[in-house]
Design a protein around this ligand. Structure first.
Ligand code: FEO
Ligand code: CA
Ligand code: CA
Length: 663
């Protein structure tokens, strides 16, 4: 094998966002020149009374020109200063603790972390790399104020940060040692997820319950079942699985969700990166794989494992790109890939029980010019019988969104035999529709979005928040009402309000909550509430959380020194009243890190956040000025010990006074 020269893996992923790009002729509504008008008036009356407005002084909320007071009434914490350094920072009045780090024991018999001599067998029992989504799940019979399960996605691996001696900088790029099977196997074991039983500690923080039988690693080798319409499809059959239903592992699990019955939805995102090689000439999956960006050829595991090599296993990619449902309360349970929810680069999963008992899961497909989806279950949630809900996600209707310039939303069903989803367009069954959900959505004329990342429902108000992180490829003639900026470097947040509060309805309203970026900078076009301080604006919204009081919190990806002069972090975002659109900076990550996974405990007194790839990059930070590697890192967060690399970790934020976070 020859040596390869590549950039740090995350930088490569940025370019990979273009792999599988949407080349359909769908309108971006560039032809709709209709002037965008504020629809706040229309939105009024649709918004239910929120918990926030009930807890805030009416005088502060409703006095004209008192936006700052209104915002501070919702989020009273003292704002932190935006910036970049080697460690994390949180608002005064809060404590932080490191809950778990890459390499820490998850399963009871995990060996101690030895980064100089890591093995796949050790990694498969230890906390994986690049913690992303976090889900807080109550344990039946235990007080969630004291005990719970935290589920964690391990999205991807940074080879240059994980392994000693593997990469050195040459010019502006890293030169890597040849990939070995040992390295590939450690990487496969560092993907997937972790289930952790956690408990409140004597000092008021939280800790992992060591040796808990619930503690479990899910890896790229964990046996999983395929369920729903694509289960057993010929297009999912491989030489290792003649049934088309049994898959090894999950990859690139980014954001996700927690179902009302306490299972974990883990979203497979950039799965194209794991496949390499060339399909046989004229293979029927050629167009399908191209639409998903397969092969992404970032990892080259196919050098050692034929399933990642398209020439050997042309159907293997169809077994990834799904929403995976995992029962964290049963460590022997088999994770299930729920194909009814469609196959694309899944990001968030925002579930809600509708008023009539049907369950709705909102989802985004994180690619430039791809779509927002929702799934509506055929069956109804049974709050008294957990087992009765366990396969609800196998039957129902997948919809894709069309956002009109007049502020209306149409949810269009992706159902085999309806509209263009017929044999004439190459669909022979619902299996084909879900496997090629992107192409089905293209044919329906869905609205091409600016990279839909996380999506969450505010259960207090019924509003749905969609993080659109950026899209620098959108041209002037491709702008539309809901994606109004060309060269959208900083992203925006969309709010969807379902018609009549009915999440199963095919109609909804939409509005832009905020266009992100520096509002003081000409040409950016940011639209934060003027009450936002110089620290309070942000760019590239990625994940979000709604706390138990219905307050929205945003985490970002991409606020590096070059783009914004500030690290990623958490910003509070006011959604109601005079302060609507005000950002307030609460937490920031160390240099090179991305902020992921924000989730609150059930009582709002603990806030868990995931610090992903601390130290990645480095060349854009003048204080370091070169590409960060295991041997030459820009930070050694969180241990700051010689010889110990930077470690992706979960941070838990609490208050010494025992109060709610963000008070
Ligand atoms: Fe994994 Fe779209 O972020
Ligand atoms: Ca993301
Ligand atoms: Ca992210």
């Amino acid at each position: 094998m020859t040596e390869m020269t590549i950039r740090p893996q995350h930088a490569a992923f940025e370019d990979a966002e273009d792999l599988g790009r949407n080349e359909s002729a769908n309108p971006t509504m560039g032809d709709i020149i209709a002037a965008r008008f504020s629809r706040r008036g229309l939105m009024k009356g649709l918004l239910a009374v929120s918990a926030i407005s009930a807890t805030v002084s009416p005088l502060a909320l409703f006095s004209a020109g008192r936006a700052e007071a209104a915002a501070n009434a919702v989020f009273p914490f003292p704002e932190i200063e935006a910036g970049v350094d080697q460690t994390h920072h949180v608002a005064a009045g809060h404590d932080t603790g490191i809950l778990i780090r890459w390499g820490d024991a998850v399963e009871a018999d995990a060996p101690a972390f030895d980064p100089m001599h890591q093995t796949a067998a050790a990694q498969a029992k230890q906390f994986g790399y690049n913690n992303d989504f976090l889900g807080f799940i109550a344990i039946p019979g235990k007080d969630p104020a004291e005990h719970a399960v935290l589920v964690v996605n391990h999205e991807y691996t940074n080879r240059e940060l994980m392994f000693p001696g593997i990469a050195v900088q040459e010019g502006k790029e890293l030169k890597f040692q040849p990939l070995t099977k040992e390295i590939a196997d450690i990487e496969i074991a560092a993907h997937g997820g972790s289930v952790l039983e956690i408990a409140r500690a004597a000092d008021g923080g939280w800790q992992v319950v060591k040796g808990s039988p619930l503690n479990r690693r899910i890896t790229g080798e964990t046996a999983m079942l395929v369920t729903g319409p694509a289960a057993g499809s010929d297009r999912l059959k491989t030489s290792a699985d003649a049934t088309g239903t049994r898959v090894a592992g999950m990859f690139n699990n980014c954001a996700g969700g927690v179902t009302p019955w306490g299972t974990w939805l883990s979203a497979e995102e950039n799965v194209n990166n794991y496949f390499s090689g060339t399909l046989p000439e004229g293979h029927p999956e050629t167009a399908n794989h191209k639409r998903m960006g397969v092969p992404g050829s970032e990892y080259n595991w196919g050098d050692f494992h034929p399933r990642f090599d398209l020439a050997s296993e042309p159907n293997e990619p169809n077994r990834f790109g799904w929403m995976v449902e995992i029962d964290p309360l049963d460590p022997t349970s088999t994770p299930k890939k729920r194909t009814a929810l469609g196959r694309f680069k899944h990001e968030g999963g925002g579930p809600i029980v509708n008023g009539d008992g049907h369950v709705v899961v909102y989802m985004g497909d994180d690619q430039r010019f791809d779509y927002v989806y929702k799934f509506v279950t055929a069956g109804k949630f049974n709050p008294d019988d957990r087992a009765a809900n366990m396969d609800l996600l196998d039957a129902g209707t997948l919809f894709v969104a069309k956002f009109n310039a007049d502020g209306s939303t149409e949810w269009m069903p992706l159902v085999f035999g309806q509209g263009p989803l017929t044999a004439a367009n190459g669909f022979a069954s619902q299996a084909d529709v879900v496997i090629e959900a992107r192409r089905a959505a293209d044919l329906l004329g869905a609205t091409k979005m600016d990279r839909p990342e996380d999506i969450e429902v505010n259960a207090k108000t019924g509003s749905v928040y969609v993080m659109l992180t950026n899209n620098t490829k959108r041209k002037d003639d491709q702008t539309d009402a809901i994606n109004p900026r060309a060269d959208n470097a900083f992203g925006h947040i969309v709010e969807i309000v379902p018609a009549g509060g009915d999440h199963t309805a095919t109609a909804a309203k939409w509005d832009i909550l905020v266009k992100c970026g520096n509002p003081a900078k000409d040409g950016v076009g940011a639209s934060f509430n003027p009450a936002t301080t110089a620290n309070g604006w942000f760019g590239m919204p990625d994940n979000c959380a709604v706390d138990p009081d219905g307050r929205l919190w945003i985490s970002t990806d991409g606020n590096n020194f070059k783009a914004t002069g500030r690290a990623d972090g958490i910003w509070a975002m006011v959604t109601e009243g005079e302060g609507r659109g005000t950002g307030k900076h609460f937490f920031r990550v160390p240099v090179g890190a991305e902020m992921c996974g924000p989730v609150f405990s059930a009582n709002g007194k603990a806030f868990f956040v995931a610090v992903q790839h601390p130290g990645e990059g480095g060349q854009e930070w003048p204080a370091f000025g070169r590409i960060s590697t295991f041997d030459d890192p820009s930070t050694r967060w969180p241990d700051f010990k010689d010889g110990m690399p930077m470690r992706p970790s979960v941070v838990v934020i609490t208050r010494p006074d025992g109060g709610k976070v963000g008070a």
